[in-house]
Design a protein around this ligand. Structure first.
Ligand SMILES: [Fe+2]
Length: 342
């Protein structure tokens, strides 16, 4: 029975998976565990299930990744801000489930997703931003209430809508700091909102706020420390990394990002993206992450679409909006030894 299960596991990897290339040393003798490349990542992708196998991982870890719930609820405390939140308060009132097409709502999907994570005994839940459509106090309270009721460690980073009141004066860095401090801090549970690292069963979760489309020098420095540690890590953030071929005009490190490609600044009533595009820090971050041997994968939101891009053999996932029922259940597993029959 045991060998049957093992075969099924191997078939799942070799038939139903995208397989990253093995290193040269692993090709010469894959039967010796010591020669399995620790940078090797094998994964399967069967929405909403993601499985990531690595020789650098000793234990099995189950994560739930949730993004873009876009809760729009607010109460009388929102009155002074209605002129800034009016459009987004009407944007996601009713949604359709991405898989079934059934009518639903962001709050219903959020509660169902977190209940499922609890049922599945997830080791951690990571929220990748746009949990609210604007920084409504009631919306933030609902996120807290639902997450705390699950009794599972949970972690949060901002999306661009979490701190954005449309039409409010100010540049994106200032507005993010203002509304993070005023409304969103409870969701960070004392962590540094710019970025932080948590260890879950030996896997480092590097959780960064990329909601301004930029990476700060301090965030790059934190990333370099995680890479230098040599421990396996997963990068989690709102705005994804640039991926050549993805049909969007943004992504950290996108050489074409900037004012000319910004089609949303008028309707969102915000500062236009900078004419000069990304900073040297953004490009350095992109290079560091995409060449990191200890990177297992990245997960991002913002695009409201399920997808995976392979960059230098590593998978970079985007997740469908939780407002439409999207989430990933991610299993991180030790890489099985190759079959002795081959
Ligand atoms: Fe969103």
């Amino acid at each position: 029975m045991k060998s049957k299960l093992f075969l099924v596991a191997l078939m799942a990897i070799t038939i139903g998976s995208f397989v990253a290339p093995y290193s040269a040393s692993a090709k010469h003798d894959r039967s010796k565990k010591s020669q399995r490349a620790e940078s090797e990542v094998v994964f399967s992708y069967n929405i909403p299930s993601v499985k990531i196998y690595s020789a650098a991982v000793a234990d099995t870890t189950r994560l739930f990744v949730v993004s873009d719930t876009h809760l729009w609820v607010s109460d009388q405390r929102e009155e002074p801000y209605r002129s800034y939140s009016k459009r987004m308060a009407a944007a996601y009132n009713k949604t359709t489930h991405y898989a079934t097409g059934a009518p639903t709502t962001p709050e219903k999907e959020f509660r169902a997703t977190i209940a499922l994570a609890k049922k599945q005994k997830a080791d951690a839940i990571v929220l990748l931003g746009d949990m609210v459509s604007y920084p409504s106090e009631r919306g933030v309270e609902i996120v807290q209430e639902v997450m705390n009721s699950a009794n599972i460690p949970w972690y949060y980073t901002c999306g661009n809508h979490d701190w954005h009141y449309e039409g409010m004066e100010g540049d994106r860095l200032t507005l993010r700091k203002t509304w993070r401090d005023k409304r969103l801090l409870p969701l960070f549970s004392g962590k540094n909102p710019d970025g932080y690292v948590v260890d879950v069963n030996g896997v480092q979760l590097l959780i960064l706020d990329t909601s301004t489309y930029d990476v700060l020098p301090e965030q790059l420095a934190l990333t370099k420390r995680v890479i230098a540690s040599g421990k396996p890590f997963i990068l989690l953030m709102h705005i994804p990394l640039y991926s050549p071929g993805r049909r969007v005009s943004y992504g950290i490190g996108n050489p074409n990002w900037g004012a000319d490609g910004d089609t949303g600044y008028k309707i969102e009533r915000r500062e236009r993206w900078p004419a000069e595009g990304h900073t040297p820090t953004d490009y350095e971050f992109y290079e560091a992450v995409t060449s990191a041997p200890n990177l297992l994968a990245s997960f991002s939101g913002h695009v409201h679409t399920n997808g995976v891009d392979i960059i230098n053999g590593k998978p970079h996932f985007t997740v469908e909006a939780n407002a439409r029922g999207g989430y990933y259940e991610v299993l991180i597993l030790p890489l099985p030894e190759p079959s002795k029959n081959k």
